[in-house]
Design a protein around this ligand. Structure first.
Ligand SMILES: NC(=O)c1ccc[n+]([C@@H]2O[C@H](COP(=O)([O-])OP(=O)(O)OC[C@H]3O[C@@H](n4cnc5c(N)ncnc54)[C@H](OP(=O)(O)O)[C@@H]3O)[C@@H](O)[C@H]2O)c1
Length: 251
């Protein structure tokens, strides 16, 4: 047990205005948060909002599917906090891959693009953050919550759907990675969890859907609360997978 280490941070890939923002705000109540998305315009308002609320947030534009993007992100954090002077307490892979329905026989090269993007993104992200989650196990502050890696899934993590082959393959891939990492890193003290978000999330983008039916969409703040619950579990009692759905969802 050391403790020249000074900072425990949370890092969220896919820090968009919907679920990503809710997760960021929740984890910022306890940790400095590092927010990743491709566009600075996705990050800047959220960084400002968290800062104004008294938290600490850094936004780093990064396309997690690109080779080297995660490496340079972690190098930037080493410059920010000092090499060997920070651990990752919680990491969330929340990247939204393209959701679209299209007829399989009409699809072209783009059919595999979603799988490639998400599988590669989740893998790059995990490879970059796991050494820092393991470092938290070894050298984090006494009494810390178990270092946690959470992946955001969807209905399509478990079920394919007509015209949804591309999206479902990408979500299946993330679930397969999460399950494998849980079995590999759980015994080392890292809590790896996968969340099946089984329904429409109430975001600006989905405001037209089910507009006249109260509570028919999932509140992203409650997704964030569920992720905090996962993070707060002691290592004697890890949940690997949870699902969340509105009361009226057919499943
Ligand atoms: N929306 C729903 O109804 C729904 C339902 C079930 C499950 N989900 C899942 O929930 C998660 C969050 O969805 P959300 O709609 O609420 O989105 P969100 O959290 O508001 O935003 C996700 C962000 O991911 C970022 N992103 C996309 N590709 C990226 C990449 N290659 N590298 C880094 N960042 C990237 C995008 O920002 P940039 O464009 O700036 O990169 C986007 O703003 C996703 O995993 C989604 O599949 C969503």
């Amino acid at each position: 047990m050391a403790s020249k280490l000074t900072k425990s941070i949370a890092i969220i890939a896919g820090a968009g205005p919907g679920t990503g923002a809710s997760i960021a705000r929740r984890f910022a109540q306890t940790y400095p948060v590092v927010l990743l998305a491709r566009r600075a315009s996705s990050l800047d308002p959220l960084v400002e909002q968290i800062t104004q609320a008294g938290g600490t947030a850094i936004g780093i534009p990064a396309d997690v599917t690109q080779p080297g993007a995660m490496e340079s992100t972690m190098q930037q954090l080493e410059r920010q906090y000092g090499r060997d002077h920070f651990t990752v307490a919680a990491a969330v892979f929340n990247v939204a891959s393209k959701f679209s329905r299209s007829a399989f026989l009409d699809s072209g090269e783009e059919f595999l693009a979603s799988l490639e993007a998400t599988a590669r993104g989740a893998s790059n992200f995990s490879k970059a953050v796991l050494p820092f989650l393991l470092r938290a196990v070894e050298e984090g502050p006494q009494g810390q919550l178990p270092p946690t890696l959470v992946f955001t899934g969807a209905t399509a993590s478990l079920k394919g759907g007509s015209g949804l082959g591309s999206f479902a393959m990408s979500k299946f891939a993330v679930r397969a990675l999460a399950q494998s990492l849980a079995r590999e890193f759980g015994p080392k003290g890292v809590h790896v969890a996968h969340a099946i978000i089984d329904g429409i999330i109430a975001t600006e983008q989905t405001k037209e859907y089910l507009a006249d039916k109260p509570d028919a969409k999932i509140d992203p703040d409650w997704i964030a609360e569920a992720y905090w619950f996962l993070h707060s579990q002691p290592r004697s009692s890890f949940t690997h997978e949870l699902d969340l759905r509105p009361y009226c969802e057919t499943w």
